[in-house]
Ligand binder design. Structure first.
Ligand code: AMP
Length: 111
């Protein structure tokens, strides 16, 4: 089964790339839900957060630091960083990704 985000990570599927390093890729969401809406993904295929394990600890920490770097790069003081784990939570792509959204007011609790 092909994974669209693996394709984006390896460059075989086009995206609006924002950031990449050895372990992580960030690109613009195709269907933005906020003026700034980026997706941060590991290059490694992990279906969802609950599929990660202790071996992924450094990778998961690195993703958060990439989010911080992007916040600095885009001068985002307020942003929301969220991952949907499972269909019931709204996950539609089975490759771990963090939505980084900014530029509008966000409700809490999230809808
Ligand atoms: P989720 O519903 O949490 O699994 O989020 C998946 C996100 O991926 C959605 O916000 C989609 O708009 C986005 N998406 C799906 N395909 C692409 C793509 N080819 N390029 C950029 N974003 C995409």
């Amino acid at each position: 089964m092909t994974c669209i985000f693996c394709g984006i990570a390896d460059g075989s599927i086009k995206s609006q790339l924002i950031y990449e390093d050895e372990h992580v890729v960030a690109f613009k969401d195709l269907n933005p839900q906020a003026p700034t809406h980026l997706l941060i993904i590991p290059r490694k295929h992990i279906a969802r957060l609950c599929e990660a394990d202790e071996k992924d600890a450094a990778l998961l920490g690195h993703i958060l630091l990439v989010a911080k770097k992007l916040a600095q790069q885009f001068d985002l003081k307020d942003f929301r960083l969220v991952t949907n784990n499972g269909k019931g939570a709204g996950q539609s792509v089975d490759h771990l990704h963090f939505h980084m959204m900014a530029g509008r007011r966000f409700l809490w609790p999230a809808g």
